[in-house]
Each structure stands twice: as C-alpha cells, then as structure tokens.
Design a protein around this ligand. Structure first.
Ligand code: GDD
Ligand code: MN
Length: 382
C-alpha cells in the first residue's frame, strides 16, 4: 500500500495541533482509501508544550509521529522531517502542511488523489480556479501575496505554475525528493528555502499538477512570516533565476567563439589555397567541433560527456542539429526577401531573426533535451 506522510512543522501550536490531529485522524484520513496516511509533527521543543500534546495523542494513533530538535528555522524543520519521513517511515510521498489550519484539512484528500492519479508533484494553489486567499485579508495583504508571487514567477520565468509560494505541496519521494540534496537548499533557516525546494521539485517532476487550495485565515496565535522573510524569499528567487540563465549566457558566449573560429578558419584556409566552398565547409565544421568541445566542458560541465562512444553519438547528433540551422537560415532569408523586398536591410533583419528567434532557441533546446539532457520534457496538467 502507498504511504503518504504529512510533514507538519509546529512551533507553539499546542492548541492547533491537538485539533489538527483530531480532525485528520477522525475525519480526513478515513476518507482516503488505499493509502496509509501518517502525520509527522516537527516540533522545535516549543515552550508551549506542543510536543507533549503530540506525545499524548500518539498513545491513541499509531500513525502519529513526532520529531523534536533545537529551533533552527522552518526550512530545517522541514528538511529533518522529510528525511525522517523518507528514511525512517519509508514514505512514498510527502505532503508539506501547516499546523495552524491555514491549509484546511479537507484539502489533504484532493492532494493525495492527484498523487494517486500519477502526479509527481502536487501544488496546493491559491491562484487557480477554486483556490483563494482569505476574504478577511486586507486588500494590501492580498496585493502583497499576489504581486510577490507574480514577481517570483517572472524571475524564474515560470508561468505555468500559478502559486510559487504556497506551503501546501505534495512530492513523490522516488525521482523527486530523493534526488534533492535537502541540506544544501538555500536559506534553510527561513521561509525562503521554500522557493528553492519548489524549484528543485519542479525540475525533477515529470508530472506536476496544481490543486485548488482555499487558504484560510489564521485563527490562533500569529504568523511567523514577516517582511524580512519576504525579502529573503525574493532574493532566493532572483539567485535561482540568474543561475538558471547562467547556462544560457555560457551557451551564447560559446556560440560567439564559434563564429570567430568559423570566420578565422575561412580566411586561413583560403590563404592555403582552398576553394571558397571547401574553406567554408571545413571552417564551419571546425566551429562545430570547437562549439561541441566548449559546450561540453563549460556550458554543460555538470553533465560533461566523457565516454568515448557517447562522445561519438552525441557529436553526431550535434552535427545534425547544426545542419538544421544551416538549412533553415536560407529559407527564412529568402522567404523574408520575397515578402518584404530584396534590400540589404531586409536580408540583415531576416538573418538576425533567423539567428536569434530560431537557430539560437532551437539549438539551446536540442542541447538541453537531446544532447546533454539537462531538461526532461515535463507533462503539465491540471
Ligand atoms: N518546527 C518549526 N520551527 N515550525 C515552524 C517554525 C520553526 O522555526 N516556523 C514556523 N513553523 C510552523 C508554524 O507553527 C506553522 O505550522 C507553519 O510552520 C507555518 O508558519 P506560519 O507562521 O503560520 O506561517 P504563515 O502562515 O505566515 O506562512 C504560510 O504562508 C506562506 C506564504 O504563502 C506558510 O504556509 C508558508 O509556508 C508560506 O510560504
Ligand atoms: Mn500560517
């Protein structure tokens, strides 16, 4: 039977956690068929006795667990909890959930259902149809949440997922969580680690699903989130966004050196008496070879191909994809000329268009998907 462990950090949530255990074990878990549901509370020795409340309840619920440690911040609470869920409880999936009823327990079932239907990663989303933020929230608070999210979506260039800061998410262990070095996530002492965790999970997940979440207002005690957490969250998003683009920048630089090799090669070979055709052909192949080498050892150094047989195969594919670029450019340029007239401005414009809008993105995608295989083709559905 599938085992889903809810990892629930709780700091000074004695009242909430008692109600939460009751509601999950007596109302929600029985609704979920065919899955062994567990709840793991991660307490940082809360002074209000949250830990004792849980320990007492554990006498009545064998699927209730507690992990206690010194207070190190929300991210660490989750990391320890997830490691315990994976290695000690042997979870097949882990659900991140708050203890304060802002993630209403009735939304646990739809998340588990999404997982049972094959989702690797289910995101409890406030910004899709059926989801919402508390109506009690002041307009300013709603705006901060909405625009904060939009900002993160923009810097991460992720417009498919609508809620990147939600704390209600379910991830499959195999292939998603177990591939992440949790202790190395950024800003684990803060809420901001959530963006990094989400980013890593999205990368590993082949099927991501957003599930509507009606985010509720807090009833007891107050939130531990504040503007410092917000700034840290934006910073993590910006760093991830830049890291993401680093590879693209390197790819662009390698492309530039390829152009130089191509140009110099042509001039040198001409001086050695080659025909223009042969000189161009050889110089182009020299550029393809140097591009392959630099992309292999620099742009994609984390995925460097070293096995000789693999080098041959991937280099062959690399040549094929370069061939496409060589062929597609004349079509674009002659097409543009026949539509807009045969002027040097049109030819230049068409060439630049072919290069930047077609060849560059095309090559980048081919390299990432087929040659160095840094991207998996994700399925995305609601
Ligand atoms: N063990 C432990 N240690 N638990 C903690 C800590 C900590 O240092 N800090 C917070 N928690 C627990 C709280 O007790 C609660 O169960 C949960 O983590 C979320 O904390 P809240 O203080 O209620 O945070 P929030 O409601 O402001 O933030 C929610 O919304 C954010 C933005 O949408 C959370 O769902 C965040 O995950 C989410 O990013
Ligand atoms: Mn909360």
């Amino acid at each position: 039977m599938e085992k889903v462990v809810i990892v629930m950090p709780a700091y000074n949530e004695a009242q909430n956690v008692a109600l939460m255990v009751h509601e999950l074990f007596s109302k929600e878990f029985p609704k979920i068929d065919g899955v062994e549901m567990h709840l793991l509370v991660v307490d940082d020795f809360s002074p209000d006795g949250t830990g004792d409340v849980v320990k007492n309840l554990m006498k009545h619920h064998k699927n209730l667990h507690i992990l206690q440690k010194e207070k190190e911040g929300l991210g660490w609470a989750y990391v320890r909890g997830m490691q315990y869920a994976m290695h000690k409880l042997h979870a097949d999936a882990v659900l991140e959930m708050d203890a304060d009823f802002q993630h209403p327990p009735r939304f646990v079932k739809p998340m588990v259902d999404a997982y049972l239907k094959g989702a690797d990663y289910a995101i409890g989303s406030r910004y899709i149809k059926g989801g919402s933020v508390p109506s009690e929230w002041a307009l300013s608070r709603k705006a901060v949440s909405f625009f904060g999210n939009l900002f993160i979506r923009t810097v991460l260039l992720n417009f498919k997922v609508h809620d990147l800061t939600t704390g209600f998410r379910l991830s499959r262990v195999k292939g998603v969580l177990d591939k992440i070095e949790l202790e190395k996530l950024m800003d684990l002492d803060r809420f901001a680690y959530k963006v990094d965790l989400l980013y890593q999970c999205l990368k590993n997940s082949k099927k991501t699903v957003e599930v509507p979440l009606e985010f509720a207002a807090r009833t007891k005690e107050k939130s531990k989130f504040n503007w410092k957490e917000m700034v840290a969250t934006f910073t993590v998003a910006i760093i991830l966004g830049i890291k993401d683009k680093q590879r693209f920048i390197k790819f662009g630089i390698v492309g530039g050196t390829g152009f130089v090799v191509n140009f110099l090669g042509l001039e040198i070979l001409k001086r050695f008496g080659f025909t223009t055709f042969m000189a161009t052909l050889l110089a182009t192949e020299a550029a393809i070879i140097s591009n392959f080498i630099f992309n292999n050892i620099w742009t994609f150094k984390d995925k460097v191909i070293t096995k000789v047989s693999d080098i041959f195969v991937q280099f062959f594919k690399f040549n094929l994809s370069s061939l496409f670029a060589v062929i597609v450019q004349p079509f674009i340029v002659s097409g543009a000329v026949s539509i807009f007239g045969d002027t040097s401005l049109v030819r230049l414009g068409a060439l630049l268009f072919a290069l930047f809008a077609v060849v560059l993105p095309y090559n980048y995608i081919v390299y990432n998907v087929f040659i160095w295989r840094t991207w998996k083709i994700p399925k995305f559905s609601r």
